[in-house]
Design a binder for this molecule. Structure first.
Ligand SMILES: Cc1cc2nc3c(=O)[nH]c(=O)nc-3n(C[C@H](O)[C@H](O)[C@H](O)COP(=O)(O)O)c2cc1C
Ligand SMILES: [Mn+2]
Length: 480
């Protein structure tokens, strides 16, 4: 595995995946290029340097994991897997994962530059304004917010966006239920501000982990250690005592005051759904007490991009969890689960299976849509036969269009677990904080009781295909 962000960048470069961009403006140009690259067929990563108004060396690395090969590197998996094979490999890895606690070290480049007191200026870094309707500049997109509850040992790392409000003031957007929020509350109850650190530019494996819903009391450090098979090296934060990744590029240390004492308008910010749904609200702030950074620091930028680009790591974890839950619930013969990229990581779940009895497919759909992993924000659950690749939207919708009779095969479930981020949440429901949504369970498997009489698929058999391809190999190239 790679050692840190710089090492990852080098590997990206050696693989031919890196494009260098000079002279872009932090105001919208960086964000537009990031989006264009995410939709480009090569899915390159971008390294921005000589950013407008900034000294050379103050860089932004964006789109670290928009390519499945680079995604596999961050997960410590072989990089030839795609689609459902990647989900299968991740599940296998998760089954055998051992938590490895971080290792404290003293040797670190993080303190090459230390700013305290009047020397603190968040505008020292070229934080982008990513999209045209964003409410400001965001230093934290691919970041980690580090926190610890007053009387607990374990340390949490969560990815929550961090907006720059002023030279020493940053904003924090945490959805309800985030671990850091639960850790801050006991400080606030005692009338204290909560200690916090924000890591900008850690190695992308840490980002992959800090963006996942791990259980309370499972430190993302230990999980990342498990993924990489070696402990994450940390140094102690001089002010908060919190462990910080030793090779991080930039770290802010500070405190989060009780919201009744201080908040600041936060957002709007374009979200992974492809919409601005959460608007602008008062949100908690971080009073920055110190900034540490390596020389020539790199911001790891991971602003959300509309689907299908927003579906990277979280969708793989989600699919693996739903698959696990289905098996645990006794649903047999599942061949694959995939979160279709058009729905980002959460909105469209596809299950490919071999139904063994009438009702089997419907049972899988109902369970997937209501057990923990699939219950949040899922709009469509689609069940397809085993000959359909659940990661291929054309295959999936071919099955929906030809094997599903809407009147018989689509069920609607009402009042399920939704979110403020849902662009379809009506103004009326939004105003009364009713976040529930409905979802459709689509059975696109051949009807079980007459599947033997279902028209045959009109497609060249694998045997015949091989035969003619061997005979006319030159015509298409060997691997077609
Ligand atoms: C790139 C990225 C950006 C994210 N931005 C936010 C955010 O701004 N606010 C938020 O509450 N969750 C955000 N999330 C989701 C959380 O990181 C995720 O739910 C994670 O579980 C939070 O950690 P925690 O469970 O320790 O609180 C983001 C996830 C990713 C991958
Ligand atoms: Mn957590």
């Amino acid at each position: 595995m790679f050692k840190d962000l710089r090492d990852f960048m080098e590997r990206t470069d050696k693989a031919g995946h890196l494009r260098r961009v000079n002279d872009a403006d932090w105001n919208l140009e960086v964000g537009a290029l990031q989006e264009i690259a995410a939709f480009h067929k090569d899915r390159p990563a971008l390294l921005f340097d000589r950013i407008k108004e900034y000294a050379p060396g103050y860089r932004i690395f964006a789109n670290a994991t928009t390519h499945s090969q680079r995604l596999a590197w961050t997960l410590g998996l072989p990089d030839h897997f795609r689609g459902v094979d990647l989900v299968r490999a991740l599940r296998e890895k998760m089954r055998n994962l051992r938590l490895i606690p971080p290792k404290e070290v003293t040797d670190t480049p993080l303190f090459e530059n230390v700013h305290t007191g009047a020397d603190i200026d968040l505008y020292e870094f070229p934080a982008p304004r990513w999209k045209e309707y964003d409410g400001g500049r965001y230093l934290g997109t691919g970041c980690q917010v580090v926190s610890r509850a007053p009387d607990e040992e374990w340390v949490n790392l969560g990815t929550y966006r961090v907006q720059v409000h002023g030279p020493t003031l940053a904003g924090l957007y945490m959805s309800p239920g985030r671990h850091a929020y639960a850790m801050f509350e006991p400080y606030w109850t005692r009338g204290e501000a909560a200690p916090v650190a924000v890591v900008v530019g850690a190695d992308p494996t840490l980002l992959m982990v800090s963006g996942q819903l791990l259980p309370w009391r499972v430190s993302e450090y230990d999980f990342a250690g498990g993924l990489r098979g070696a402990p994450v090296e940390v140094v102690r934060g001089p002010i908060t005592g919190l462990p910080l990744p030793a090779t991080a590029e930039i770290v802010l240390e500070g405190e989060v005051p009780q919201p009744s004492e201080q908040t600041h308008p936060e957002g709007p910010f374009g979200e992974w759904t492809g919409y601005y749904a959460s608007g602008q609200r008062e949100a908690p702030v971080i009073r920055v007490k110190a900034i540490y950074h390596r020389s020539d620091p790199i911001i790891l930028g991971a602003a959300p991009i509309r689907p299908p680009a927003s579906s990277t790591g979280s969708g793989l974890f989600k699919a693996g969890q739903i698959w696990d839950e289905l098996e645990r619930a006794g649903v047999t013969d599942v061949q694959g689960v995939y979160m279709l990229a058009a729905g980002g990581p959460f909105l469209i779940c596809v299950i490919s299976m071999t139904p063994r009895y009438g009702g089997h497919a419907r049972q899988a759909a109902m369970l997937a849509s209501s057990m923990r992993a699939g219950a949040y924000m899922c709009r469509l659950v689609i069940v397809v036969d085993e000959d359909i690749d659940p990661s291929d939207p054309n295959d999936v919708f071919w099955a929906v269009a030809t094997r599903c009779d809407p009147q018989e095969d689509i069920d609607i479930v009402r009042d399920t677990w939704g979110s403020w981020l849902d662009p379809r949440l009506s103004p009326e429901k939004r105003s009364r904080a009713d976040l529930t949504m409905s979802r459709a369970l689509i059975d696109a498997t051949r009807p079980y009781y007459w599947r033997d009489r279902f028209p045959k698929v009109s497609e060249t058999s694998p045997e015949l295909r091989h035969q003619v391809m061997a005979k006319w190999a030159d015509l298409f190239g060997y691997n077609l």
